[in-house]
Design a protein around this ligand. Structure first.
Ligand SMILES: NC(=O)C1=CN([C@@H]2O[C@H](COP(=O)(O)OP(=O)(O)OC[C@H]3O[C@@H](n4cnc5c(N)ncnc54)[C@H](OP(=O)(O)O)[C@@H]3O)[C@@H](O)[C@H]2O)C=CC1
Ligand SMILES: N[C@@H](CC=O)C(=O)O
Length: 376
């Protein structure tokens, strides 16, 4: 199969390398590159050269961002080309539109690399769904923030210093605020919920990140045998669902607490299979490239995933609730002493907690908030 790669950066190069070294049945025939970087005869700065070429059967989009990725993906699908993408921002924003275009054109839309990098997460959700509903999912879906927390704890490193190291290593987003403010996990949570629950998941979910996490916060939780992880999660039951993204204080004895460096760990729960955990590299050139090449090979083998967002589950924020700790100088209504400088509110929904955090940030911009896991 002849394919084109849009965007020759960390992920695009990983895809090309894996295909060249290991997958002779696929040929990277064209690469969309910027006009000042045309170093290979396959490269073109003009997308029409790709979309109008009938020999190109599949387009890999790994440019990132919303536009022009959104337009290029739609043009490819409408031209009858399969699309494989790692771009969670554009999939989270336009999933239903892409799915409809792919279905109309009778082509594949494959998005494995958009969540969990090299981990076969989306394919596993789809496999579970052949038999039964996914009741819940949760996990560490962002390598950069896991790497930050891990390095702060292990090496006593400073937040900013580790973040720039994550950028150098190629797994932080171009705009790393997407990582540290939870936006990247929000996109991955939206995509996971869409596939797991058949919902056109709202973009308006409660999202908090680890921007204000300090070494003091880690020692505060550490004194109670807890550590902090940025967790995306979703739950559904009885025609309702809820999703959230927030720092969670988890027991140091859990698998989540012990996930090192930039690894991811995602979990799903379903009635007959029970709890399933998936661990691996959630980012990086070759792991992410590997997930894309797996999607390409699935497409060659005829796999055309279908996505159905018509189930009509109702969003119910009350489904996700529990205790929340705030390290702040602001006054938090209903809060009790937790540790010096920190208070706890016994039961809040994720949405209520996010609203309290917004209020607290007005008087103390350094406020940090974390949910306390039920297993702690
Ligand atoms: N890096 C990772 O580990 C992972 C990344 N992803 C996702 O994959 C996507 C790609 O990520 P990554 O490879 O890291 O990003 P990079 O920034 O390394 O690569 C993107 C490349 O696309 C180029 N590009 C952007 N717009 C255009 C355009 N209009 N025409 C031609 N080239 C263009 C960029 O050029 P320039 O730099 O000059 O703008 C850059 O070379 C993103 O959506 C990201 O979120 C998903 C999983 C893991
Ligand atoms: N920035 C992301 C890249 C992969 O999705 C991360 O750190 O996990």
């Amino acid at each position: 199969m002849k394919i084109a790669i849009l965007g020759y950066g960390t992920v695009g190069r990983g895809v090309a390398q894996i295909i060249e070294e290991r997958v002779p049945e696929v040929e990277v025939a064209r690469i969309l590159e910027l006009p000042d970087r045309l170093t290979d005869p396959r490269m073109t700065p003009n997308y029409q050269d790709i979309v109008d070429d009938p020999a190109i059967e599949l387009v890999v989009e790994c440019m990132g961002g919303i536009e022009p990725a959104h337009t290029f993906i739609l043009q490819a699908l409408n031209a009858g080309k399969h699309v494989v993408t790692s771009n969670k921002a554009v999939v989270a924003a336009h999933f239903a539109e892409f799915a409809e275009a792919a279905s109309k054109a009778g082509v594949g839309l494959l998005i494995e690399a958009s969540v969990g990098g090299g981990i076969p997460w989306i394919a596993s959700i789809e496999k579970v769904r052949r038999i039964e509903d996914v009741q819940s999912f949760s996990g560490i879906m962002n390598g950069t923030t896991n790497y930050i927390v891990y390095s702060m704890l292990k090496d006593g490193a400073d937040f900013a210093e580790v973040l720039s190291k994550a950028q150098e290593l190629g797994f932080a987003e171009r705009d790393p605020t997407a990582d540290i403010d939870g936006i990247d996990v929000r996109n991955k949570t939206i995509i996971s919920a869409s596939v797991a629950f058949d919902v056109a998941c709202t973009q308006d979910l409660p999202v908090s990140g680890i921007r204000n996490l300090t070494k003091y916060d880690l020692s505060l939780f550490g004194s109670r045998d807890l550590t902090v992880k940025l967790i995306g999660r979703g739950v559904q039951a009885d025609g309702r669902y809820a999703v959230s993204v927030e720092p969670v204080a988890v027991s140091t004895s859990t698998l989540e607490a012990n996930v090192p460096t930039n690894f991811n760990l995602v979990t799903l729960d379903a009635p007959s299979i029970g709890e399933l955990k998936f661990y691996g590299q959630g980012a990086g050139s070759l792991p992410t490239g590997n997930a894309i090449v797996q999607d390409i090979l699935d497409c060659v083998a005829g796999r055309r995933p279908t996505y159905d967002f018509s189930r009509g589950l109702v969003y119910d924020p009350a489904m996700l609730h529990g205790p929340y700790v705030f390290r702040t100088e602001a006054t938090i209504p209903g809060a009790k002493f937790y540790e010096p400088g920190a208070v706890i509110v016994d039961d809040l929904t994720a949405t209520q907690a996010r609203a309290l955090l917004d209020d607290a940030l007005k008087s103390d911009p350094t406020t940090f908030m974390a949910a306390v896991s039920a297993n702690s």
